[in-house]
Design a protein around this ligand. Structure first.
Ligand code: UGA
Length: 459
């Protein structure tokens, strides 16, 4: 199938590469020249396990261009995967989605049928708005136009994006037209029936079952995306709230999570207590959902509480450091991990950045390590002057992190940190205090290595 994808961010590029791998004829459009330059050289602008090699594998069947008019007229299906950044009031800004829809409608051929699919995460009702924008352009052009519009929310997790795209739990399609549903069923046929040869880096999991394609109305499809993210966000916030109480009553939250997770109704995923969620999705999407609710005058206290608990986790680490060290003034704190989660260099809404900023504001010096996100973190912190006067020192070698440090805080649970020689780290520190913000280490082992160990929700 001939496909045009507008936007080559995490969603757009992953989708483009996977659909090209499935033998579709893919053209991806982006206005960002620096991104296009990289893509033309066959290099991925995002860090995502496996994407570089897959991009190289499909480079003869995928095209990148800044020009909608070059690819849309011949396409059968057009996917919009542009950003929906938060407005000042938290609502998601859909101007790029509407603009993309407008540009598509301007270049559609009058005598052809197209399916236009919104993949971006958008407020409920956007599908309808896109239909209006398209109709306005057709009427200006004086043509009847022939476009079916659908909503196909994306559930990719950064760091696991390709795995999730080849082996999804489900595909959700919201559309009022049978034609759009049929086109999307044809698009995803190799995934729905798992008829493709798995790429060597992504073998088909032995326990994997064929995914359902759920079809529904567009508003419900848009709501499914927000509700899924908000539910996952509040599951994490719930276990973090329990973690706080565990500390008060000398229980261990990792044991509690294991015990409740064995209940099939609860499930053991997304019950890892720690520094809470960051990234470009949960903070933005929970705020956007509250924005949608506010417009209807509807209160969502559970969603509000999930946010409050989440951001409180970051402050609690600072409190733990203060109560252990007395003051943070002139102390040196080592930060293990800057990315918002492992296997990505994405630092958007990363807990580490807030913690670093609070430490600097309290008069501490920060030493920070991350396997791949140092460049992005450096840029983000430089903007506010936090990297000036050596207030934040980035170390490429993790064993250089603890020099003279008064405490270490593990913020991101990179695989590398699971295997650290704790004794070697502890030996170099002024005071060997370890705040394990993701409960990665066994308290006994950390203590045996010489650390004063403090986890999250562990007595
Ligand atoms: C999330 C969803 O998982 C995807 O399904 C969705 O498509 C995506 O948002 C999106 O809307 O684009 P992502 O933000 O990439 O994906 O990452 P997650 O793996 O969900 O993790 C989010 C945050 O939760 C991370 O900061 C992680 O450290 C934290 N987390 C996760 C916990 O604190 N505890 C857990 O048990 C799990």
């Amino acid at each position: 199938m001939k496909i045009a994808i507008i936007g080559t961010g995490y969603v757009g590029l992953t989708t483009a590469v996977v659909l090209a791998y499935l033998n579709h004829d893919v053209a991806a459009v982006d206005k960002d020249e620096s991104k296009l330059n990289l893509l033309h050289e066959g290099r991925s602008p995002i860090h995502e396990p496996g994407i570089q090699s897959l991009l190289e594998e499909v480079q003869h069947t995928i095209r990148f261009t800044p020009n909608v008019a070059e690819v849309v007229p011949e396409a059968e299906l057009i996917l919009i995967a542009v950003g929906t950044p938060p407005k000042k009031n938290g609502e998601a800004d859909t101007q790029h989605v509407e603009q993309a829809a407008k540009e598509v409608a301007q270049v559609c051929l009058p005598d052809r049928h197209y399916t236009l699919v919104v993949k971006s995460t958008v407020p409920i009702g956007t599908n309808q708005r896109v239909a209006e924008v398209v109709a306005e352009v057709f009427s200006e052009r004086g043509i009847p136009g022939n476009i079916s519009i659908a909503s196909n929310p994306e559930f990719l997790q950064e760091g696991l994006a390709l795995q999730g795209a080849f082996y999804p739990d489900r595909i959700v399609v919201g559309a009022n037209s049978d034609e759009a549903i049929d086109t999307l069923r044809r698009l995803y046929k190799p995934i729905l029936e798992q008829t493709f040869d798995p790429p060597s880096e992504f073998p088909r999991p032995s326990s994997y079952h064929l995914p359902p394609m759920m079809t529904t109305d567009p508003n419900s499809a848009e709501m499914i995306k927000y509700a899924a993210n908000t539910f996952l966000a509040l599951k994490i916030s719930f276990i973090n709230e329990i973690a706080g109480l565990c500390e008060e009553v000398e229980a261990d939250v990792t044991e509690v999570a294991r015990g409740i997770g064995l209940d099939g109704r609860i499930g053991n995923k997304f019950l890892q207590a720690g520094l809470g969620w960051g990234g470009s999705c949960y903070p933005k999407d929970t705020a956007a959902l509250l924005g949608v609710a506010a417009q209807s005058g509807y209160e969502m206290p559970i969603t509000e509480a999930a946010r409050t608990i989440n951001f409180r986790q970051r402050d609690r680490v600072i409190e733990k450091l203060r109560s252990t060290l007395g003051t943070l003034k002139r102390k040196t704190i080592g930060i293990l991990g800057l990315a918002f989660k492992p296997n990505t260099d994405d630092i958007r809404e990363a807990p580490a950045l807030d913690i670093v900023r609070e430490l600097i504001a309290a008069g501490a010096t920060v030493r920070a390590h991350d396997p791949i996100a140092i460049g992005n973190a450096h840029r983000a912190l430089s903007g506010n002057g936090e990297t000036e006067d050596n207030k934040v020192i980035f170390t490429e070698d993790v064993y250089e992190l603890p020099y003279d440090a008064d405490a270490l805080v593990l913020v991101t649970e990179w695989e590398l940190y699971h295997k650290l020689e704790l004794r070697r780290l502890a030996k170099q520190m002024k005071t060997p205090i370890l705040i394990d913000g993701r409960n990665v280490y066994s308290p006994e082992e950390a203590r045996a290595a010489g650390f004063h160990y403090i986890g999250i929700g562990r007595a």
